[in-house]
Design a protein around this ligand. Sequence first.
Ligand SMILES: NC(=O)c1ccc[n+]([C@@H]2O[C@H](COP(=O)([O-])OP(=O)(O)OC[C@H]3O[C@@H](n4cnc5c(N)ncnc54)[C@H](OP(=O)(O)O)[C@@H]3O)[C@@H](O)[C@H]2O)c1
Length: 310
Amino acid sequence: MTQITASAAAAGTFTIGPSTDQATEQALTVNRLGYGAMRITGEGIWGPPKDKPAALATLRRAVELNVNLIDTADSYGPNVSEELIAEALLPYPAGLVIATKGGWERVGPGKWTHNASPKHLVAALEGSLQRLRLDRIDIYQLHVPDPAVSFEASIETLARLRDEGKIRHVALSNVTREHIQRAQKIVPIVSVQNRYSFADRESDFILDYCEQQGIAFFPWAPLGQMREAHEAIEKEAEVLRMNGADALHASPLQVALAWLLKRSKVIIPIPGTSSAKHLEENVAAASLQLPQDAYDRLSAVVPPPASLRN
Ligand SMILES: NC(=O)c1ccc[n+]([C@@H]2O[C@H](COP(=O)([O-])OP(=O)(O)OC[C@H]3O[C@@H](n4cnc5c(N)ncnc54)[C@H](OP(=O)(O)O)[C@@H]3O)[C@@H](O)[C@H]2O)c1
C-alpha cells in the first residue's frame, strides 16, 4: 500500500454555499487545497493525455490525499478531463465536490472560442452531466463572460438550470467585481475562479470582495503556470535563505501555495499537474505555515495595481 505523506485536510476547511445555506445539505465543506484537472489532457489542453494510466493515477492519488475539490471544464480536451475523472473515481467518494465549467469552447490545441449563449450552456451542462455521470453538478462555473451574449442571459440560464435541480450552485470564472455583483442580483454566487498568485495580483480587490461576501475564491495558475511566478518565487526563496529563514524545508512552489492559503480564508488553490509526484508535493504545502516575514516579503513582490481598485 502507498504510504500517505501529505493531506489536503491540513489546510483546514471552507464551507462553500450561500450563507443562508450554511447549515443545510446545500453547503459543501471542502479541504482548502484542491486539484485542477486541466493538465491531464494532451498538449495544448487538446486530446487525450500522453500517459493515460498516469493521469488516472494522479486523480486517484488526489482523493487518497484527501483532496475533495476537483476543478475541471467541458473544454479541457475537450471532454477528456471530465471523462477521466469519471473513469478514475466512480463511484465517487462521499464529500467529493466536482466543479466544472461551460461557456468557453476548445476548438483546437491552445484555441478558445466564447460561447455562453443560453442554448449552448444548456447543451454544455447536459454533456458534463453525462460525462461525469452525475444527476447534478455541485458547482457549475460560467467559464468566462461571452462578449457577444448578454451576461444576464447567461446567468439567468444557469439560475434556471439550478432551479431545475441540475446544478447545485452557480459560480463564475474570469470576471470583474461588477460581473459578480450583476450575477448576484439573479442567483447566489458561491465561488469565483480568476488567475491569481502572489506574483499575479490583478484580482486582489476581487478577492477582497469575495472575502466580504463569503464567496470561495479558486485562484487558477496558482503556481504561475510555472513562468513568471516561478522565477519570482525562486528569487524570493533565495533571499529568504540568505536571511537565514531557510527553516521552511519547502520548495518555492510549496511556498507559493502556502502564501495563498495565508492570504485569505476564502482561497482554495487548485494547482494543476499531470503527475502524482508533483501532486504529492503540492498537497504537502497544506501543512506549511508561512512565517509572517516570509509572507510579507512575497506580498511585496508585486504590489496590487492601484489603478484597478475601483
Ligand atoms: N478558469 C480558467 O480560465 C482557468 C484557466 C487555467 C487553468 N484553470 C484551472 O486552474 C488549474 C491550475 O492552473 P494551471 O494548471 O494552468 O497552472 P498552475 O497550477 O499554476 O501550474 C501548472 C503547471 O505547473 C506544473 N507543476 C505543478 N506542480 C508542480 C510541482 N510540484 N513541481 C513542478 N512542476 C509542477 C505542471 O506540470 P506537470 O503536469 O508536469 O506537473 C503544469 O505545467 C488548472 O488545472 C485548471 O483546473 C482555470
